[in-house]
Design a protein around this ligand. Sequence first.
Ligand code: FBP
Length: 551
Amino acid sequence: MKSMTKSPLQIARATYEPKLPAALKGNVVLKEGAATESVADQADIKNLFPNTYGMPLVTFESGQAKVNPVVGVGVILSGGQAPGGHNVISGLYDGLKKLNPDNKLYGFLGGPSGLVDHQYVELTKEIVDEYRNTGGFDIIGSGRTKLEEEWQYEKGTEICRELGINAIVIIGGDDSNTNACVLAEYYSQKNSGIQVIGCPKTIDGDLKNEMIETSFGFDTACKVYSELIGNIQRDANSAKKYWHFIRLMGRSASHITLECALQSQPNICIVSEEVEAKNMTLNNVVDNIVKVVVHRAKHGLNFGTILIPEGLIEFIPAMKILIAELNDLLTHNDDFNALNGDEEKREYVKGMLSPESCEIFRSLPKGIAKQLTLDRDPHGNVQVSLIETEKLLIEMVGKRLAQLKAEGKYKGKFAAINHFFGYEGRCAIPSNFDADYTYSLGYTASVLISEGKTGYMSSVRNLTAPAAEWIAGGVPITMMMNMEKRHGKMKPVIQKALVLLDGAPFKYFAAMRENWADEKASYIYPGPVQYYGPSEVCDQPTRTLLLEQGK
Ligand code: FBP
């Protein structure tokens, strides 16, 4: 047998032609809409972004051909991987070449630091073709460096001048697009002639609003996790011996967990936003799980599935206060960093916390307490992907069940297995939805550049309709901003979109969850992402998007 360098699916996907909105297929004309305001803190945001605040929404429609001057563009992949990043780049490349075949596209390597350190590659047809419709960010790599200092912006100007770059496209989540917005304002203020355009990326699904219906990557990642959850449920239903505690990525919001629940119908799904709204403690969360375990055990069912959002710990009100105190305490704290050994660090932290937070810190298993004090990411966030909440819950549920057994109130058997799904889905081959959506976002970015826009995020809407009917355009990034505390200081940042408890996806879940929890259950086994076949099998958007749009 001949040795293989690519799978048959990889070879087939290389020739897939992503669908574009009809308006982008020919020549394009820009339509300006209403002026915009930031979602909150208008006076502060206007003050901080005098050059890019209040710009109008824009959409693209079919128009007359025109002559487009040659431009150079630099692209940056920022933050965590999300399926479809390579197609944003191929859409951007194709759009630029269509506008003017002499246009050039450069990729900055390893995330925003590539711009500052002048690490780049020119993206040629050969390179771009190699990565079309593939998962991953390996075409140029990614990183989480925060662009916030003037010297970094100036290093950016230097390399843009050297390479003849007129525009930078930043493909990232809320933090990275906050970077994009700050950079756009700086370059406008300096009249440097460098435009900055953002693209909404994150599997977490929390970069969305009226104009950005979803971030790319959410669709594919949730489909991959849902397949795995479905497979586990079929195993649980066959072996009938384990409770599976499954933690799912999503640093803050519970969109991924909720979407996976809608796709697979587990026995229990925790939604962090509900835990916070109901002011629940960790013990309340545990009691809710125990209730279902005991109920199913009464019917002889000592197995089941529980979905846990990665961000849960930060949404338990008392834990949130503890984490906020730790963030303030540990940011740039040389005394803490100089300490050797876990015990010394633990004692130091205990001595500095408020009495209430200290009490909670002490009550946590040592391993979890330590995880809360580990390094923050460059944006000041606790790295929740390192906190093993699923193991904490297994331990606490196990203890509670043992007590109930001793009291004669529980006669079942409790054996649990923990899982964490995150990296399994972040670089999957993009679903048709993500392949088409990302290509359209990249293509739209090229048109925003040719129209001279800066401080805009590429926007493609009407996503539950066929791709031909999608609406392409741009949204001023300042429109999405508000003021939040980061590293102990108030900063302008893009507001995260959390799960809305009065939104259609959560309401549907809340209406169904009792049926999913009881002895009858109703697991769904979604199966793997399909790239070819009937449209209802391979082109469906997420359940979240369908419910949000009343479909
Ligand atoms: P982005 O918001 O940058 O897209 O990253 C999302 C995410 O995948 C989270 O779900 C997760 O908590 C985090 O990245 C993990 O970070 P890392 O990539 O550093 O492991």
